[in-house]
Design a protein around this ligand. Structure first.
Ligand code: ADP
Ligand code: MG
Ligand code: MG
Ligand code: MG
Ligand code: MG
Length: 431
Protein backbone atom coordinates (compact mmCIF):
# COMPACT_ATOMS: atom_id res chain seq x y z
CA UNK A 1 0.00 0.00 0.00
CA UNK A 2 1.39 3.50 -0.84
CA UNK A 3 1.45 6.19 1.87
CA UNK A 4 -1.46 7.96 0.23
CA UNK A 5 -3.62 4.80 0.15
CA UNK A 6 -2.92 4.42 3.84
CA UNK A 7 -3.76 8.11 4.45
CA UNK A 8 -7.05 7.64 2.60
CA UNK A 9 -7.95 4.69 4.80
CA UNK A 10 -6.82 6.25 8.11
CA UNK A 11 -8.38 9.70 7.52
CA UNK A 12 -11.51 8.71 5.63
CA UNK A 13 -10.47 10.55 2.44
CA UNK A 14 -12.84 9.88 -0.46
CA UNK A 15 -11.19 12.15 -3.04
CA UNK A 16 -7.74 13.68 -3.55
CA UNK A 17 -7.14 16.98 -5.31
CA UNK A 18 -3.91 16.46 -7.23
CA UNK A 19 -2.91 20.06 -7.72
CA UNK A 20 -0.09 22.01 -9.38
CA UNK A 21 0.63 25.72 -9.73
CA UNK A 22 1.07 26.90 -13.33
CA UNK A 23 3.30 29.61 -14.83
CA UNK A 24 0.72 32.28 -13.91
CA UNK A 25 0.47 31.17 -10.27
CA UNK A 26 -2.95 29.59 -10.87
CA UNK A 27 -3.73 26.22 -9.33
CA UNK A 28 -4.88 23.42 -11.62
CA UNK A 29 -6.09 20.07 -10.35
CA UNK A 30 -7.70 16.73 -10.97
CA UNK A 31 -10.05 15.19 -8.45
CA UNK A 32 -9.07 11.57 -7.96
CA UNK A 33 -11.18 9.04 -6.04
CA UNK A 34 -9.33 7.25 -3.24
CA UNK A 35 -9.64 3.92 -5.12
CA UNK A 36 -7.29 5.28 -7.83
CA UNK A 37 -4.76 7.10 -5.61
CA UNK A 38 -2.32 4.16 -5.44
CA UNK A 39 -1.69 4.34 -9.20
CA UNK A 40 -1.61 8.16 -9.22
CA UNK A 41 0.90 8.20 -6.35
CA UNK A 42 3.28 6.12 -8.49
CA UNK A 43 2.53 7.37 -12.01
CA UNK A 44 1.04 10.82 -11.43
CA UNK A 45 -2.04 12.44 -12.96
CA UNK A 46 -1.96 13.43 -16.65
CA UNK A 47 -2.71 16.94 -17.93
CA UNK A 48 -2.60 18.70 -21.32
CA UNK A 49 0.04 21.25 -20.36
CA UNK A 50 -0.82 23.81 -23.09
CA UNK A 51 -4.37 24.06 -21.72
CA UNK A 52 -3.14 24.05 -18.14
CA UNK A 53 -1.23 27.34 -17.97
CA UNK A 54 2.13 26.03 -19.16
CA UNK A 55 4.30 27.07 -22.12
CA UNK A 56 3.49 23.99 -24.20
CA UNK A 57 1.62 23.04 -27.38
CA UNK A 58 -1.00 20.37 -28.10
CA UNK A 59 1.84 18.34 -29.66
CA UNK A 60 3.57 17.89 -26.30
CA UNK A 61 3.21 14.57 -24.46
CA UNK A 62 1.16 14.43 -21.28
CA UNK A 63 2.25 16.66 -18.41
CA UNK A 64 2.44 14.44 -15.34
CA UNK A 65 1.65 15.89 -11.91
CA UNK A 66 3.27 13.65 -9.32
CA UNK A 67 1.77 14.41 -5.89
CA UNK A 68 4.14 15.10 -2.99
CA UNK A 69 2.76 13.20 0.05
CA UNK A 70 4.56 15.66 2.37
CA UNK A 71 2.24 18.43 1.16
CA UNK A 72 -0.98 16.56 2.07
CA UNK A 73 -3.74 18.68 3.64
CA UNK A 74 -7.15 17.32 4.63
CA UNK A 75 -9.64 20.10 3.85
CA UNK A 76 -11.11 20.98 7.25
CA UNK A 77 -14.22 22.46 5.58
CA UNK A 78 -14.67 19.26 3.51
CA UNK A 79 -12.79 16.52 5.38
CA UNK A 80 -13.43 13.82 2.79
CA UNK A 81 -11.08 15.68 0.41
CA UNK A 82 -7.26 15.67 0.62
CA UNK A 83 -5.20 18.34 -1.22
CA UNK A 84 -1.75 17.54 -2.63
CA UNK A 85 0.84 19.81 -4.27
CA UNK A 86 2.63 18.14 -7.16
CA UNK A 87 5.92 18.16 -9.01
CA UNK A 88 5.73 18.23 -12.80
CA UNK A 89 7.24 15.56 -15.06
CA UNK A 90 7.21 14.83 -18.78
CA UNK A 91 8.72 11.88 -20.64
CA UNK A 92 10.32 10.66 -17.41
CA UNK A 93 12.12 13.99 -16.87
CA UNK A 94 11.46 16.83 -14.46
CA UNK A 95 9.79 19.80 -16.23
CA UNK A 96 12.18 22.76 -16.01
CA UNK A 97 9.44 25.41 -16.25
CA UNK A 98 7.46 23.89 -13.34
CA UNK A 99 7.39 26.58 -10.59
CA UNK A 100 7.53 24.09 -7.69
CA UNK A 101 10.33 22.19 -9.40
CA UNK A 102 12.31 25.43 -9.72
CA UNK A 103 11.93 26.20 -6.02
CA UNK A 104 13.02 22.67 -5.04
CA UNK A 105 16.15 23.06 -7.14
CA UNK A 106 16.98 26.48 -5.63
CA UNK A 107 16.37 25.12 -2.14
CA UNK A 108 18.91 22.36 -2.85
CA UNK A 109 21.42 24.91 -4.19
CA UNK A 110 21.05 26.99 -1.03
CA UNK A 111 21.52 23.83 1.06
CA UNK A 112 24.80 23.15 -0.78
CA UNK A 113 25.98 26.54 0.45
CA UNK A 114 24.91 25.63 3.98
CA UNK A 115 21.77 27.83 3.97
CA UNK A 116 18.17 26.94 4.71
CA UNK A 117 16.04 29.88 3.64
CA UNK A 118 12.94 30.42 5.77
CA UNK A 119 10.13 32.77 4.92
CA UNK A 120 6.78 34.13 6.07
CA UNK A 121 4.32 35.76 3.65
CA UNK A 122 1.61 38.38 4.23
CA UNK A 123 -1.06 37.70 1.62
CA UNK A 124 -3.43 40.67 1.61
CA UNK A 125 -6.83 40.12 0.01
CA UNK A 126 -10.19 41.80 -0.55
CA UNK A 127 -13.58 40.34 0.26
CA UNK A 128 -15.82 41.48 -2.59
CA UNK A 129 -19.23 40.84 -4.14
CA UNK A 130 -19.50 37.67 -6.26
CA UNK A 131 -19.67 39.74 -9.47
CA UNK A 132 -16.24 41.19 -8.58
CA UNK A 133 -17.43 44.80 -8.85
CA UNK A 134 -17.44 46.12 -5.29
CA UNK A 135 -16.29 45.60 -1.73
CA UNK A 136 -18.81 43.16 -0.19
CA UNK A 137 -19.50 45.17 2.95
CA UNK A 138 -21.48 48.29 1.98
CA UNK A 139 -20.91 49.73 5.47
CA UNK A 140 -17.12 49.51 5.05
CA UNK A 141 -16.74 53.04 3.68
CA UNK A 142 -14.40 54.74 6.17
CA UNK A 143 -11.77 57.01 4.62
CA UNK A 144 -9.11 55.55 6.94
CA UNK A 145 -10.20 51.97 7.48
CA UNK A 146 -6.92 50.38 8.64
CA UNK A 147 -7.55 48.17 11.74
CA UNK A 148 -11.29 49.11 11.67
CA UNK A 149 -12.67 46.92 14.44
CA UNK A 150 -16.33 46.89 13.35
CA UNK A 151 -15.55 46.18 9.70
CA UNK A 152 -13.22 43.37 10.81
CA UNK A 153 -15.86 41.83 13.03
CA UNK A 154 -18.50 41.98 10.30
CA UNK A 155 -16.32 39.42 8.46
CA UNK A 156 -15.77 37.32 11.58
CA UNK A 157 -17.48 34.22 10.14
CA UNK A 158 -15.02 34.13 7.23
CA UNK A 159 -11.75 35.11 8.87
CA UNK A 160 -12.30 33.10 12.07
CA UNK A 161 -13.00 30.00 9.99
CA UNK A 162 -9.77 30.52 8.01
CA UNK A 163 -7.84 31.11 11.24
CA UNK A 164 -9.30 27.98 12.87
CA UNK A 165 -8.28 25.92 9.84
CA UNK A 166 -4.73 27.26 10.07
CA UNK A 167 -4.62 26.35 13.79
CA UNK A 168 -5.91 22.87 13.04
CA UNK A 169 -3.25 22.43 10.35
CA UNK A 170 -0.50 23.52 12.75
CA UNK A 171 0.53 26.66 10.83
CA UNK A 172 0.58 28.86 13.94
CA UNK A 173 -1.76 31.71 12.93
CA UNK A 174 -1.25 34.70 15.25
CA UNK A 175 -3.27 37.69 14.02
CA UNK A 176 -5.89 38.94 11.57
CA UNK A 177 -6.62 42.56 10.75
CA UNK A 178 -8.57 44.89 8.52
CA UNK A 179 -5.98 46.46 6.25
CA UNK A 180 -5.67 49.93 4.77
CA UNK A 181 -8.32 49.59 2.05
CA UNK A 182 -12.07 49.11 2.50
CA UNK A 183 -12.79 45.40 2.25
CA UNK A 184 -9.12 44.43 2.64
CA UNK A 185 -7.76 41.95 5.18
CA UNK A 186 -4.55 40.22 6.18
CA UNK A 187 -4.01 37.03 8.17
CA UNK A 188 -0.60 36.07 9.48
CA UNK A 189 0.87 32.72 10.38
CA UNK A 190 4.36 31.56 11.38
CA UNK A 191 7.28 31.47 8.97
CA UNK A 192 8.83 28.17 7.94
CA UNK A 193 11.08 26.61 5.31
CA UNK A 194 10.62 28.40 1.95
CA UNK A 195 9.04 25.33 0.28
CA UNK A 196 6.66 24.73 3.19
CA UNK A 197 5.65 28.40 3.07
CA UNK A 198 5.18 28.29 -0.72
CA UNK A 199 2.86 25.26 -0.44
CA UNK A 200 0.95 27.01 2.38
CA UNK A 201 0.78 30.25 0.41
CA UNK A 202 -0.71 28.38 -2.58
CA UNK A 203 -3.15 26.56 -0.32
CA UNK A 204 -4.02 29.74 1.61
CA UNK A 205 -5.27 31.43 -1.56
CA UNK A 206 -7.43 28.42 -2.41
CA UNK A 207 -8.70 28.20 1.17
CA UNK A 208 -9.62 31.89 1.48
CA UNK A 209 -11.46 31.78 -1.84
CA UNK A 210 -13.29 28.57 -0.89
CA UNK A 211 -14.35 29.76 2.56
CA UNK A 212 -15.40 33.17 1.22
CA UNK A 213 -17.55 31.41 -1.43
CA UNK A 214 -19.11 29.25 1.25
CA UNK A 215 -20.27 32.49 2.91
CA UNK A 216 -21.64 33.95 -0.34
CA UNK A 217 -18.65 36.27 -0.94
CA UNK A 218 -15.65 36.34 -3.21
CA UNK A 219 -12.01 36.79 -2.21
CA UNK A 220 -9.43 38.36 -4.52
CA UNK A 221 -5.67 38.72 -4.29
CA UNK A 222 -5.59 41.01 -7.35
CA UNK A 223 -2.91 43.66 -6.73
CA UNK A 224 -5.12 46.72 -7.37
CA UNK A 225 -8.80 45.84 -7.76
CA UNK A 226 -9.99 49.41 -6.99
CA UNK A 227 -8.04 52.35 -8.32
CA UNK A 228 -8.61 54.68 -5.32
CA UNK A 229 -7.88 52.09 -2.64
CA UNK A 230 -4.59 50.71 -1.35
CA UNK A 231 -3.53 47.60 -3.31
CA UNK A 232 -2.85 44.10 -2.06
CA UNK A 233 0.77 43.30 -1.42
CA UNK A 234 2.36 40.03 -0.55
CA UNK A 235 5.32 41.03 1.62
CA UNK A 236 7.82 38.25 2.24
CA UNK A 237 10.01 38.08 5.34
CA UNK A 238 13.26 36.23 4.83
CA UNK A 239 16.02 34.69 6.95
CA UNK A 240 18.63 31.96 6.38
CA UNK A 241 19.46 29.24 8.86
CA UNK A 242 22.02 26.58 9.65
CA UNK A 243 20.00 24.20 11.83
CA UNK A 244 18.59 26.38 14.59
CA UNK A 245 21.13 29.17 14.11
CA UNK A 246 19.82 32.24 12.27
CA UNK A 247 22.69 33.25 9.99
CA UNK A 248 21.17 36.70 9.36
CA UNK A 249 21.25 37.62 13.05
CA UNK A 250 24.12 39.71 14.41
CA UNK A 251 23.62 41.63 17.65
CA UNK A 252 26.67 43.79 17.03
CA UNK A 253 25.06 45.42 13.96
CA UNK A 254 22.81 48.50 14.27
CA UNK A 255 19.92 46.71 12.54
CA UNK A 256 20.83 43.30 13.97
CA UNK A 257 21.73 42.06 10.48
CA UNK A 258 24.80 39.94 9.68
CA UNK A 259 27.17 40.52 6.77
CA UNK A 260 25.67 37.44 5.09
CA UNK A 261 22.24 39.06 5.45
CA UNK A 262 23.46 42.33 3.93
CA UNK A 263 25.01 40.44 1.01
CA UNK A 264 21.72 38.57 0.48
CA UNK A 265 19.89 41.93 0.45
CA UNK A 266 22.62 43.23 -1.88
CA UNK A 267 21.74 40.50 -4.38
CA UNK A 268 18.09 41.51 -4.36
CA UNK A 269 18.92 45.21 -4.72
CA UNK A 270 21.30 44.36 -7.57
CA UNK A 271 18.57 42.61 -9.62
CA UNK A 272 15.48 44.39 -8.29
CA UNK A 273 14.17 45.79 -11.59
CA UNK A 274 14.32 42.33 -13.20
CA UNK A 275 12.87 40.64 -10.11
CA UNK A 276 9.95 43.03 -10.46
CA UNK A 277 8.71 40.99 -13.46
CA UNK A 278 8.50 37.95 -11.16
CA UNK A 279 7.28 39.66 -7.98
CA UNK A 280 4.77 41.83 -9.89
CA UNK A 281 3.83 39.61 -12.81
CA UNK A 282 0.55 41.13 -14.03
CA UNK A 283 -0.47 44.22 -16.01
CA UNK A 284 -2.45 45.26 -12.93
CA UNK A 285 0.61 44.94 -10.62
CA UNK A 286 1.98 48.26 -11.88
CA UNK A 287 -1.07 50.13 -10.65
CA UNK A 288 -0.03 49.13 -7.10
CA UNK A 289 3.67 49.96 -7.18
CA UNK A 290 4.64 53.51 -8.08
CA UNK A 291 1.08 54.44 -7.12
CA UNK A 292 -0.13 57.89 -6.14
CA UNK A 293 -1.61 58.23 -2.65
CA UNK A 294 -4.95 56.49 -2.16
CA UNK A 295 -8.03 57.73 -0.30
CA UNK A 296 -6.49 56.56 3.00
CA UNK A 297 -3.55 58.89 2.40
CA UNK A 298 -1.04 56.03 2.12
CA UNK A 299 0.34 53.90 -0.67
CA UNK A 300 2.40 51.29 1.26
CA UNK A 301 3.95 50.05 -1.97
CA UNK A 302 7.50 50.97 -2.97
CA UNK A 303 8.54 53.07 -5.95
CA UNK A 304 12.35 52.84 -5.76
CA UNK A 305 15.06 50.28 -5.05
CA UNK A 306 16.07 51.21 -1.50
CA UNK A 307 16.35 49.61 1.93
CA UNK A 308 15.95 50.86 5.47
CA UNK A 309 15.57 49.83 9.11
CA UNK A 310 12.10 49.63 10.63
CA UNK A 311 10.63 52.03 8.04
CA UNK A 312 7.77 51.00 5.75
CA UNK A 313 8.44 53.44 2.93
CA UNK A 314 11.25 51.42 1.31
CA UNK A 315 11.39 48.33 -0.89
CA UNK A 316 13.24 46.41 1.81
CA UNK A 317 12.69 46.94 5.53
CA UNK A 318 14.87 45.42 8.23
CA UNK A 319 12.60 45.26 11.26
CA UNK A 320 15.27 43.60 13.42
CA UNK A 321 15.50 40.03 14.60
CA UNK A 322 17.79 38.75 11.87
CA UNK A 323 15.36 39.03 8.97
CA UNK A 324 14.38 41.44 6.26
CA UNK A 325 11.01 42.23 4.73
CA UNK A 326 10.61 42.40 0.99
CA UNK A 327 7.72 44.80 0.33
CA UNK A 328 7.74 44.62 -3.46
CA UNK A 329 5.76 41.40 -4.24
CA UNK A 330 2.01 41.64 -4.73
CA UNK A 331 -1.01 39.36 -4.53
CA UNK A 332 -0.50 38.07 -8.07
CA UNK A 333 2.97 36.67 -7.34
CA UNK A 334 3.44 32.94 -7.96
CA UNK A 335 4.02 31.50 -4.46
CA UNK A 336 6.84 29.24 -5.65
CA UNK A 337 8.58 31.81 -7.84
CA UNK A 338 8.42 34.39 -5.03
CA UNK A 339 10.61 32.11 -2.93
CA UNK A 340 12.74 30.74 -5.80
CA UNK A 341 13.59 34.18 -7.19
CA UNK A 342 14.44 35.49 -3.73
CA UNK A 343 16.79 32.57 -3.08
CA UNK A 344 18.35 32.99 -6.54
CA UNK A 345 19.07 36.70 -6.07
CA UNK A 346 20.13 36.16 -2.46
CA UNK A 347 22.65 33.46 -3.42
CA UNK A 348 23.99 35.74 -6.15
CA UNK A 349 24.48 38.41 -3.50
CA UNK A 350 26.20 36.02 -1.08
CA UNK A 351 28.50 34.48 -3.70
CA UNK A 352 29.51 37.87 -5.11
CA UNK A 353 29.53 39.64 -1.75
CA UNK A 354 27.14 42.28 -3.12
CA UNK A 355 26.97 45.44 -1.07
CA UNK A 356 23.41 46.79 -0.71
CA UNK A 357 24.77 50.33 -0.43
CA UNK A 358 23.82 52.87 2.18
CA UNK A 359 20.62 52.39 4.07
CA UNK A 360 18.13 55.28 3.89
CA UNK A 361 16.21 56.46 6.93
CA UNK A 362 14.03 59.05 5.22
CA UNK A 363 10.31 58.85 4.45
CA UNK A 364 10.65 57.74 0.85
CA UNK A 365 7.16 58.96 -0.11
CA UNK A 366 7.69 62.54 1.01
CA UNK A 367 11.46 62.85 0.49
CA UNK A 368 12.12 60.29 -2.26
CA UNK A 369 12.87 63.11 -4.70
CA UNK A 370 15.94 64.05 -2.63
CA UNK A 371 17.56 60.69 -3.42
CA UNK A 372 18.65 61.11 -6.98
CA UNK A 373 20.76 57.97 -7.30
CA UNK A 374 18.15 55.38 -6.21
CA UNK A 375 17.14 53.01 -8.98
CA UNK A 376 13.48 53.32 -9.99
CA UNK A 377 11.13 50.38 -10.35
CA UNK A 378 9.78 49.58 -13.84
CA UNK A 379 6.57 51.46 -14.66
CA UNK A 380 4.79 48.64 -16.45
CA UNK A 381 4.93 44.91 -17.12
CA UNK A 382 6.63 45.25 -20.50
CA UNK A 383 9.55 47.25 -19.07
CA UNK A 384 9.91 44.70 -16.30
CA UNK A 385 9.85 41.75 -18.73
CA UNK A 386 12.48 43.41 -20.93
CA UNK A 387 14.71 43.93 -17.90
CA UNK A 388 14.24 40.32 -16.83
CA UNK A 389 15.14 39.19 -20.34
CA UNK A 390 18.52 40.89 -19.95
CA UNK A 391 19.29 39.48 -16.48
CA UNK A 392 21.69 36.60 -17.14
CA UNK A 393 21.92 35.68 -13.46
CA UNK A 394 18.17 35.06 -13.09
CA UNK A 395 18.01 33.31 -16.46
CA UNK A 396 20.78 30.98 -15.43
CA UNK A 397 19.56 30.32 -11.88
CA UNK A 398 15.86 29.96 -12.65
CA UNK A 399 16.66 27.94 -15.79
CA UNK A 400 13.86 26.82 -18.12
CA UNK A 401 11.23 28.75 -16.20
CA UNK A 402 12.38 32.15 -17.50
CA UNK A 403 12.01 31.66 -21.30
CA UNK A 404 8.60 30.03 -20.77
CA UNK A 405 7.47 32.79 -18.40
CA UNK A 406 8.67 35.49 -20.80
CA UNK A 407 6.89 33.85 -23.73
CA UNK A 408 3.53 33.56 -21.93
CA UNK A 409 3.76 36.99 -20.32
CA UNK A 410 4.65 38.66 -23.62
CA UNK A 411 1.51 37.06 -25.08
CA UNK A 412 -0.43 38.49 -22.14
CA UNK A 413 1.02 41.97 -22.68
CA UNK A 414 0.12 41.82 -26.38
CA UNK A 415 -3.41 40.75 -25.53
CA UNK A 416 -3.69 43.69 -23.13
CA UNK A 417 -2.43 46.09 -25.80
CA UNK A 418 -5.07 44.80 -28.20
CA UNK A 419 -7.72 46.08 -25.81
CA UNK A 420 -9.19 49.54 -26.51
CA UNK A 421 -9.82 51.45 -23.29
CA UNK A 422 -12.28 54.20 -22.39
CA UNK A 423 -9.28 56.35 -21.42
CA UNK A 424 -8.07 56.32 -25.01
CA UNK A 425 -11.49 57.42 -26.26
CA UNK A 426 -11.70 60.15 -23.61
CA UNK A 427 -8.28 61.49 -24.53
CA UNK A 428 -8.08 60.87 -28.25
CA UNK A 429 -11.51 61.01 -29.93
CA UNK A 430 -11.11 64.71 -30.65
CA UNK A 431 -7.44 64.64 -31.58
P1 ADP B 1 4.46 43.25 9.26
O1 ADP B 1 3.01 43.55 8.97
O2 ADP B 1 5.00 44.04 10.41
O3 ADP B 1 5.32 43.37 8.07
P2 ADP B 1 3.53 40.57 9.98
O4 ADP B 1 3.46 40.24 11.42
O5 ADP B 1 2.26 40.85 9.28
O6 ADP B 1 4.58 41.75 9.78
O7 ADP B 1 4.23 39.35 9.20
C1 ADP B 1 5.50 38.95 9.56
C2 ADP B 1 5.84 37.63 8.89
O8 ADP B 1 7.24 37.43 9.04
C3 ADP B 1 5.16 36.42 9.55
O9 ADP B 1 4.82 35.46 8.59
C4 ADP B 1 6.27 35.91 10.47
O10 ADP B 1 6.16 34.53 10.81
C5 ADP B 1 7.48 36.14 9.58
N1 ADP B 1 8.77 36.11 10.27
C6 ADP B 1 9.06 36.48 11.54
N2 ADP B 1 10.36 36.24 11.82
C7 ADP B 1 10.90 35.71 10.68
C8 ADP B 1 12.18 35.23 10.33
N3 ADP B 1 13.20 35.24 11.20
N4 ADP B 1 12.36 34.74 9.09
C9 ADP B 1 11.37 34.73 8.19
N5 ADP B 1 10.14 35.15 8.47
C10 ADP B 1 9.90 35.64 9.70
MG1 MG C 1 -9.75 13.86 -21.81
MG1 MG D 1 1.49 42.44 8.14
MG1 MG E 1 -0.30 44.43 5.22
MG1 MG F 1 4.62 43.69 6.00
Amino acid sequence: MTDLEKTAKDRGIKHFLISYTDLFGVQRAKLVPARAIGGMAKNGAGFAGFAGGMDMTPAHPDLIALPDPDSFIQLPWKPEVGWLASDLWMDGKIVEQGPRNVLKRLKAEAAEKGLQVKSGVECEFFLITPDGKDVCDTADRQAKPCYDQSALMRQYEVVAEVSDVMSQLGWGPYQTDHEDANGQFEMNWDFDDALVTADRHAFFKYMVRSIAEKHGLRATFMPKPFVDLTGSGCHAHVSAWDGDRNLFADDSDELGMSELGYNFIGGIIHSAEALCALYNPTVNSYKRINAPRTTSGSTWAPNSVTYSGDNRTHMIRVPGGGRFELRLPDGSVNPYILQAATIAAGLDGVENKRNPGKRLDINMYTHGHTVTDAKKLPLNLLDALRTLEKNEMLKQRLGGFIPSFLAKKTEEWNSYCGHLTQWERDHTLDC
